[in-house]
Structure formats: structure tokens, C-alpha cells
Design a protein around this ligand. Structure first.
Ligand code: 5AD
Ligand code: SF4
Length: 443
């Protein structure tokens, strides 16, 4: 029996793709190896979103090279966005790689492994949905479904449109069937994945499928027996329309959390980023969300040091973050990416300036997140248990519907829904105890 090992970099879409890669390999008779040292097939699912992602992955490839020297029969494969961005150059840079494939070509890995081919192969068409492959879930009660691949936006800093191609949606019926199957296997929390989820459905009619919107999809998934929580990532502020916002208020399973990438609080910078919305329009979306779902948790992504970002632009980002008071944020230093428009812009911001702005941004984000988290103290929140706490194995860890990590003492098992009395809160985590009163009622 052959054994594989997959190392995953990057976003949740890549985690999803890796689960599907593993499912496909298992259907070919492969089994997962505990580590790469004993695997016959060593795979990397790569990311290229920022320079740091590239370099981390290259260090791992160095280890794989050594393993190949010791055991020449080992097959080394590189998939994902970095592979797609360099295509056949993979083999020039790393001659020991046997197979390379982009995110739209995961199924070709099976073809490669079952053929007699002795020469290295690269597969880089935008062709299939990894979501159509079988999956091997990391947790039996949590599932991902890929609702679309690719992205039609043209954000000037972003490599993704070139690594994942045009936005193509999977038909609504296919998605519902996928989630129904997962639910019958014990999944209670599902995350809908796409580069721009709320643009979902625009291409379906043209391709001969019944039309549908993202809000239709949310309702259809909400109606599936056994699905208690729905999450999705990521929406684009431009397409955050009232129907989706209302769905948050109306659908029982749809969680009270929206990850709404901001990128910058300055309309001038947003324009240069080609984000298609202004500061005012973004704030208006936040206001509408809070009007319909007052307690909603809002998180975001922000880039500091975009080319041409002035002190005044950055001050606008800070003031927006003060005003919105995010529940959390991922903050990134701008990093020029190959073949993107922003990489060629003049006025690249010096590294020290980026770092100094980042420190100031993180201070605002954390302070406001901590303040906002205090609203949970004294409340009882529903938690889906994921396993032991990372810092104290005698305690449990899970997530609330608002997507807060909750560390608590209690007796529950992974996959259980319990109620936790929240006693304290930091910017990232809620702490508490399993609620004894609520236990009887919690499933
Ligand atoms: N530099 C820095 N951050 C980036 N992101 C995307 N491209 C870049 C880049 N070139 C960030 C954005 C996006 C998140 C996934 O990564 O904030 O929302
Ligand atoms: Fe995900 Fe973007 Fe990284 Fe690709 S480049 S793995 S889409 S974060």
C-alpha cells in the first residue's frame, strides 16, 4: 500500500483542496502517512498570496529534495497557487519535482499517478472543480464546499485571478447534494468557499443551469436537515446586498459573523486597488448589517503600505477601524506580486514605514476587538467543541456562532454543541465554563 503526505499552505480554499486531494488519493488506494519521511508521495499545496508564503514553502521543498536523494523512488508533487503562478518553471527551479499542477487540475494528479509516465509533468489549465472530488475531512463534523472557483475582480495587488482563473460557479443542485451528503455523514457545520462568494450564480444561466443567487444558496443550505451552522468566506463589499444581509437575520443556521475585507479606509487607495467601493459605501454596508443583525461579529482583511499610501491615507484606515470596531482582523504588509498591476506602480512605501504603520494598526484593531468582546462576558454562548485547548489540555476549545475561539472547562466531546457561560474575554478569545443549567438542553 502506498502512502502520501500533504503539506498545505495558504487559505481555507487550499485546505479544502487538500482534503479533496486526500480523498482522491484514498480512492486510488493510497493511505495517509504520519509524516513525509515515510511517504511514497510527498505533496505540497502551495500559496502565493504574499512573498512570505513563497519563501516558507521553498524551505519545505529543500527537505523534500533531501528525502528524494535518500529514496529516489519517492514522488514529489507541487500543486496550488504558487505552482500555477510559475507553471513549468517549477521544474527548472526544482528539478527533483515529478509533477506540478494548478488549482484547476487536481484531478490530473490521479492520471499522473496511474500512468506509466517517467517524465515530469505539469498541468495548468483552468478545468475542473476540486469540489467535485471526494474529500477526506480533518474533522468529521465540519465540512467545506467549494461554491465557485476563480475571481472576476481585478484588485491590483492580488495574484489570485491569475492563479485561479475566471469565476465559475457550481450549480445550486450540485452544491445542495454535496452538503446533504455531508450532513448524512455527520457534518453539522458547513463553510461555503469562493474567492467572491456573493457574486455566486451570475454565470449559471449562461452555462445552461437554473439561475440562482448567493442568497438562494444560503436558504437552500439552511433548509438541509442536520446543518446547524453555515459560514462562508469571502464576500466582496461591492456585492454585499440587502438579500444576503437579511439572510443573516432570517436563516437559523447562518452564523452571526461576516468577514468583510476592507483593505484600506482611504477611498483614494481603494481606487488604486481597484476595489470598486469607497470608504462611505463600505461604512454603509457595515451600518446595514448592524441594522439587521445588531450583534453581528465583523472581521476584515487590511493591507498597509500599498504603493502611494500617504500618512493621510493611513490615518483614514485607522479612523475607519476605530469607528467600525472590528471583532478581529487579518493585517498584511503589502507585498508586490508577480504580474500584478500594483507591483509596477511608483511610490512603493519603504519597509520601515510599512512596519511602523502595521504596529499602529494592530494596536487599534486589538484594543477595539477586546472592547467589543466584552459584550459576551456574562452571556451564555453556544459552542461547537473542536478539541482540547491549545494552551491548557485540561480545558476544551471550540467556536461560538460569532466565530470567537472559546476556551472552557467542561466534559464535552469534539463535535458536541454545548453552552458556555462566558467569564472573561481578550481580543481573540472568550473564557468560561460549560453551563450546567443549559447542558440538558444542548445537543
Ligand atoms: N500584499 C499583501 N496582502 C495581500 N493580500 C492579497 N494580496 C496581497 C498582497 N499582494 C491580502 C488581502 C486579502 C488577503 C487574503 O490577503 O488583504 O484579502
Ligand atoms: Fe488561497 Fe490566494 Fe494563497 Fe491561492 S494565493 S492559496 S487563493 S490565499
Amino acid at each position: 500500500m502506498k502512502r502520501y503526505h500533504v503539506t498545505t499552505f495558504g487559505c481555507q480554499m487550499n485546505e479544502h483542496d487538500s482534503e479533496r486531494m486526500k480523498g482522491m488519493l484514498e480512492s486510488l488506494g493510497y493511505r495517509e502517512a504520519p509524516d513525509a519521511d515515510v511517504a511514497d508521495l510527498i505533496l505540497f499545496n502551495t500559496c502565493s498570496i504574499r512573498e512570505a508564503a513563497d519563501s516558507r514553502f521553498k524551505a519545505h521543498l529543500g527537505h523534500a529534495k533531501r528525502r528524494k536523494r535518500e529514496r529516489p523512488e519517492v514522488v514529489i508533487g507541487v500543486g496550488g497557487c504558487w505552482a500555477q503562478s510559475v507553471k513549468d518553471e517549477v521544474f527548472e527551479q526544482f528539478p527533483f519535482v515529478d509533477v506540478a499542477f494548478g488549482p484547476g487540475q487536481v484531478h490530473k494528479l490521479a492520471e499522473f499517478l496511474t500512468s506509466e509516465s517517467l517524465t515530469a509533468q505539469g498541468y495548468f489549465e483552468f478545468e475542473g472543480f476540486t469540489g467535485d472530488l471526494p474529500e477526506k475531512r480533518a474533522r468529521e463534523f465540519q465540512g467545506w464546499t467549494q461554491i465557485s472557483v476563480g475571481c472576476n475582480m481585478a484588485c491590483s495587488y492580488c495574484i489570485v485571478p491569475s492563479t485561479r482563473g475566471r469565476d465559475v460557479g457550481r450549480p445550486l443542485g450540485v452544491l445542495v447534494a454535496d452538503v446533504e451528503r455531508m450532513a448524512s455523514e455527520g457534518v453539522t457545520e458547513v463553510t461555503l468557499l469562493g474567492q467572491n462568494v456573493n457574486a455566486y450564480g451570475r454565470d449559471l444561466h449562461r452555462r445552461g443551469f437554473p439561475s440562482a443567487t448567493f442568497a438562494d444558496l444560503l436558504s437552500a443550505v439552511d433548509a438541509i436537515d442536520g446543518i446547524r451552522r453555515i459560514r462562508y468566506t469571502s464576500p466582496h463589499p461591492q456585492d454585499m446586498k440587502e438579500d444576503v444581509i437579511r439572510a443573516h437575520a432570517e436563516l437559523e443556521a447562518l452564523c452571526e459573523h461576516v468577514h468583510l475585507p476592507l483593505q484600506s479606509g482611504s477611498s483614494r487607495v481603494l481606487k488604486a486597488m481597484r476595489r470598486t467601493y469607497s470608504r462611505e459605501r463600505y461604512l454603509d454596508r457595515v451600518a446595514l448589517l448592524r441594522e439587521h443583525v445588531p450583534d453581528v461579529a465583523i472581521t476584515t482583511d487590511i493591507i498597509v503600505g500599498f504603493p502611494g499610501e500617504t500618512d493621510e491615507d493611513f490615518a483614514q484606515t485607522l479612523s475607519l477601524c476605530e469607528e467600525v470596531a472590528y471583532d478581529g482582523a487579518f493585517t498584511f504588509v503589502y507585498s508586490p506580486r508577480r504580474e500584478t498591476e500594483a507591483a509596477t506602480l511608483p511610490d512603493q512605501v519603504p519597509h520601515e514605514v510599512k512596519v511602523e504603520r502595521m504596529d499602529r494598526l494592530v494596536e487599534v484593531i486589538q484594543r477595539r476587538a477586546k472592547e467589543r468582546a466584552q459584550r459576551f462576558v456574562g452571556r451564555t454562548v453556544e459552542v461547537l467543541v473542536e478539541g482540547p485547548s491549545r494552551t491548557d489540555p485540561t480545558r476544551l476549545r471550540g467556536r461560538s456562532r460569532h466565530n470567537k475561539v472559546v476556551n472552557f472547562s467542561g466534559l464535552a466531546q469534539p463535535g458536541d454543541y454545548v453552552h458556555v457561560d462566558v467569564e472573561s474575554a481578550t481580543s481573540q478569545t472568550l473564557m468560561g465554563e460549560e453551563s450546567l443549567l443549559a447542558r440538558a438542553g444542548a445537543r
